[in-house]
Design a protein around this ligand. Structure first.
Ligand SMILES: [Zn+2]
Length: 85
């Protein structure tokens, strides 16, 4: 009885679900308070908001406002990465 050895080749190609780790320059923040929207500076384009954020002395992060649909800058950052000197 010749039992042909079955070559079980498990060619499981696991498609590495690489998460697109793109730097999220713009974080979507739901529910922007209207009062904040009004008093905050608006940027029509993302690049303008980023440029201003980079030029600022403090860390600012542009985000899309759901009130006006434009960009604001916020200094609120989750996780303090800055160490006070
Ligand atoms: Zn707004």
């Amino acid at each position: 009885m010749a039992q042909s050895p079955m070559l079980v080749q498990e060619s499981e190609r696991r498609t590495a679900s690489r998460r697109a780790e793109m730097p999220k320059a713009v974080a979507k923040m739901p529910r922007t308070r209207l009062s904040i929207c009004v008093r905050k500076r608006r940027f029509a384009s993302q690049s303008d908001a980023i440029a201003t954020a980079l030029a600022a002395d403090i860390e600012l992060r542009p985000y899309v406002c759901d009130r006006c649909g434009q960009y604001h800058l916020t200094s609120r950052l989750k996780g303090k990465r800055r160490l006070a000197p």
